[in-house]
Design a protein around this ligand. Structure first.
Ligand code: ATP
Length: 249
């Protein structure tokens, strides 16, 4: 771990029976970078994200985030110190508007319960930060639309907006482009270029055009291990990566 590292993962292991989903996995994310994780299906990318958030326990290994060992921190505890995963579409309040969804997340982050949910879109302390986030993610025109009436691409943008409402130090994005049209993913790439100037981001993504245009560094996972980490150019020209993953001889 170096001083620049916001997150450091050392020898992380997650076992499912005889299968090692993550296998002595080590990597680090530097403050301010967009670090992408790529790898074939089943390489352990989502498992890593879940180990980071605390959704699943690790069998062994160490995660240090913002100087703290995460071992004893629960999922909400990790979110509280600035580790946010974009929520899944299924956790959006479908009948609520886009603005209300983000206001609720701002309110929850401020430590309030959902008791006053009926008034969230009338409270400037909630709507001001929520509208700022919606502008940054490009959803401000849809503020008054019910989440259920958004396109798939817009719902995925709203998930990211909800994660941003927790003011994360590190934003974890697990396949944000999944299921998006080419046009929607290109639009999201533009938004992420803006977001990465203000946030440290760990991005798991299969869309290689998006990864190679966004990432400052890329780690390649194969069978639960990081076989290489480097800049997009270094990864493109790495022989091990080309053989193991990019499918070249
Ligand atoms: P993809 O790109 O397809 O999303 P991934 O790199 O995210 O794949 P993981 O979902 O982390 O891969 O899965 C890693 C390995 O762990 C796979 O072999 C998967 O089948 C296995 N696995 C994941 N979750 C479980 C579980 N709950 N029980 C048993 N095996 C699991």
């Amino acid at each position: 771990m170096t001083e620049q590292d916001l997150l450091s993962v050392e020898k992380l292991v997650k076992r499912y029976g005889g299968l090692l989903a993550t296998d002595d996995l080590s990597l680090s994310v530097r403050e301010g970078e967009l670090h992408a994780i790529i790898g074939p299906n089943g390489a352990g990318k989502t498992t890593l994200i879940k180990q980071l958030t605390g959704e699943i326990p690790s069998d062994s290994g160490k995660i240090t985030f913002a100087g703290q060992n995460l071992k004893r921190l629960s999922e909400p505890g990790r979110s509280h110190i600035g580790l946010a995963r974009s929520f899944q579409i299924t956790s959006l309040f479908q009948e609520f508007t886009v603005l209300e969804n983000v206001c609720l997340a701002v309110q929850a982050h401020n430590g309030h319960s959902f008791r006053f949910w009926k008034k969230v879109n009338k409270d400037k302390n909630l709507t001001d930060p929520a509208l700022d986030i919606l502008r940054r993610i490009g959803l401000e025109q849809r503020a008054d639309t019910a989440a259920a009436n958004l396109s798939h691409g817009e719902q995925r943008q709203l998930e990211i907006a909800v994660a941003l409402a927790t003011k994360p130090k590190l934003l974890l994005l697990d396949e944000p482009m999944a299921g998006m049209s080419k046009e929607d993913s290109e639009r999201l790439v533009e938004r992420l270029i803006e977001l990465k100037s203000r946030h440290t981001i760990l991005l798991v993504e299969h869309d290689m055009d998006a990864v190679f245009s966004l990432a400052d560094r890329i780690s390649v996972l194969v069978y639960g291990r990081a076989i290489a980490t480097g800049t997009p150019d270094e990864i493109r020209n790495n022989d091990d990566v080309r053989q193991a993953y990019l499918g070249e001889e």
